[in-house]
Structures are given as C-alpha cells and as structure tokens.
Design a protein around this ligand. Structure first.
Ligand code: ZN
Length: 312
C-alpha cells in the first residue's frame, strides 16, 4: 500500500469562463468533468486533466462568482508544479504564454507563471519513469503538452511538525529539515515542498488552492491510511462519496488541507471518454435541482471549440 502521487488539486476561481479559457484554451488541458460543488450545488466544480481524466493530472476549480482574490500564506499550497517532456517544451511554453500576454519567469530550467487570478504554476522537466499524462489540444504539439503533476509547494513556518503524519502516510523525506517529501507508489510519484511563509497572513479566495488530494487505490486503502493518519494525530473525516472517487479529508499540522482520493471509480463513471466534460453532470442527490442549477450557473462556451479560436 502506497500513495501513488497526487490524485487531484482543487483551487478556487471567481470566473469560470475565464478559468476555462486559460486552462483549456491556453494550457491545453481537457475539461474532463463539468459538475457542481456537491456541498453547494449552485456553483460549478470544473475538472481539467489529460485526455482520459487520469489521476495525477486533475486540476479542479470551485467557482465562487465574484469571490475576492485570495493570497497564499502559512499553511497553504502556493504553487502547482507540472511536468513537461523536454527543454524544448519549456521553450514552447515560454513563447506561447508570452504571446498570450501571460508574464513568465525562468529559474534555471523551471518556467514560472500565474493564471489570470494569480495562482502560481511551475513547469519543469522531471525525467523519471512516470507515464506522461497529456491532453491533445488542437494547437499544442503533443510532445510539448503538460504531462501531469510533479507536485506542489506549500508555505509552512514549522515544516518539521508534519514529519509524523507524512511518515505515517508512507511519504519519504528528501532532506533533514522536513521541507521536501516524496509520495511514491509503484506507478507514480509526487513531491511536496515546504517554503518559508510570507509575513502576511494567507486568505482563501480566488486564485488560491483549496486542497490537494493524494492518490490511493480503493476504500480499503482509504480506511487503512485514515487509521494511520489518525494515529499520527490527524482528525480525519469518514469516507465521503464524491461520485468519481471516495475521499477522506484532514489537515496536516501546518494547516494544508489533505484529501485521500480513491482511483477505483473514475470520471468515466457517468460518461464515456469521448464525451468527458461535454455536459453538466449532477450527482443523484442533486439531479432534482437540475433546472434551477442550470439557470444559476454561468454559461460556459464549448471548451474545445473555444481552443480552436485565438487564445485570448
Ligand atoms: Zn478534492
């Protein structure tokens, strides 16, 4: 039993159409599920990912229309790290983002940029043996496509406090200070890196990460890891049904909201791969609200038609 890297990352947007435009139209991800926040069905929950919606590639957003911009601080993830295949891919994205009006920075081989709401991303060439998880965007050559998550960077004033919990989850420390961790399974791995927080307090809002979900096999693993997390001091929820996976939630000691999400259901649960993300999906408990929900949601363009058009 081991965590197979990240399952998904969930962030907040105040602007679903602009968000779709950026992540599908510019970054070339596929919209793999269009649904609502199960705890608040009047707002979107959009899932982007690779062509088949594979765990390890899934970036999701809750839409809170008009939400104030947030700011990452102590106990929050501040940057999402993606793999690309080569230095040429870094060059491609440098050019493409710049041409789209997105400012970029280079730090060695790493390309840094922010989404329109300020959420930070890094692209890097990781190497390693994890299968690339890419979408086929019409205007992004396959060899340059994003290949799934490399990991995340979070702020923590006292990262070492997380050591017992992260160790209990089977993660491996990469240094003595407890600042760098790897969650590696047989197939996939992902990294969690802690950075010194800014002095300003964090504010959850548009452009911030809400939680990160680690990839586990099924309910049996969820329960086993839930128990280990509890023994290491975490206060974990019972298993929650998220339709496309089952989940357990708890905070690590610095405050980052962790989820463990199972891989055994998947996004083809209610639509085939070919039409993933094309229609609004509601879980059975919210299906009776469909008419009202469809009226309250911001209309979204067809994302793949959108990505044929100039990016912005
Ligand atoms: Zn989640």
């Amino acid at each position: 039993m081991a965590i197979e890297g990240l399952h998904h990352i969930t962030a907040i947007t105040a602007d679903a159409p602009g968000n779709l435009d950026f992540y599908v139209g510019v970054l070339g991800l596929r919209l793999v599920k269009k649904t609502v926040n199960f705890d608040e069905p009047s707002v979107y929950h959009l899932y982007y990912g690779d062509e088949v919606g594979a765990p390890g590639s899934i970036l999701t957003f809750f839409e809170f229309p008009g939400a104030a911009p947030g700011r990452a601080g102590d106990g929050m993830v501040h940057t999402i790290r993606w793999r690309v295949g080569s230095d040429a891919a870094i060059g491609f994205w440098h050019e493409r983002l710049t041409a789209t009006g997105v400012p970029v920075d280079r730090d060695g081989g790493v390309l840094l940029f922010r989404d329109p709401e300020g959420l930070s991303h890094e692209l890097l060439v990781a190497g390693g043996r994890d299968a690339p998880l890419a979408a086929h965007a019409p205007d992004v050559p396959d060899e340059h496509a994003l290949q799934g998550f490399h990991g995340v960077r979070a702020y923590a004033a006292l990262p070492d406090r997380g050591r017992p919990l992260l160790s209990a989850l089977g993660m491996r420390p990469e240094d003595d200070r407890g600042e760098d961790w790897t969650a590696a399974g047989a197939e996939r791995r992902a990294h969690l890196r802690y950075d010194r927080p800014p002095t300003e307090r964090g504010v959850q809002g548009a452009g911030t990460v809400h939680h990160i979900a680690w990839s586990v096999a099924d309910d049996a693993e969820l329960l086993a890891l839930r128990e280990r997390a509890g023994a290491a001091g975490a206060r974990a929820t019972p298993i929650v049904d998220r339709q496309y996976f089952h989940s357990v939630y708890f905070r690590e000691p610095s405050g980052v909201l962790f989820e463990l999400a199972s891989r055994d259901i998947g996004f083809t649960f209610d639509e085939p791969v070919a039409s993933l993300g094309s229609t609004l999906k509601l879980p059975p408990q919210h299906e009776h609200l469909r008419a009202a929900v469809e009226q309250s949601l911001t209309p979204l363009p067809d994302p793949r038609r959108r990505s044929d058009a100039p990016a912005r």
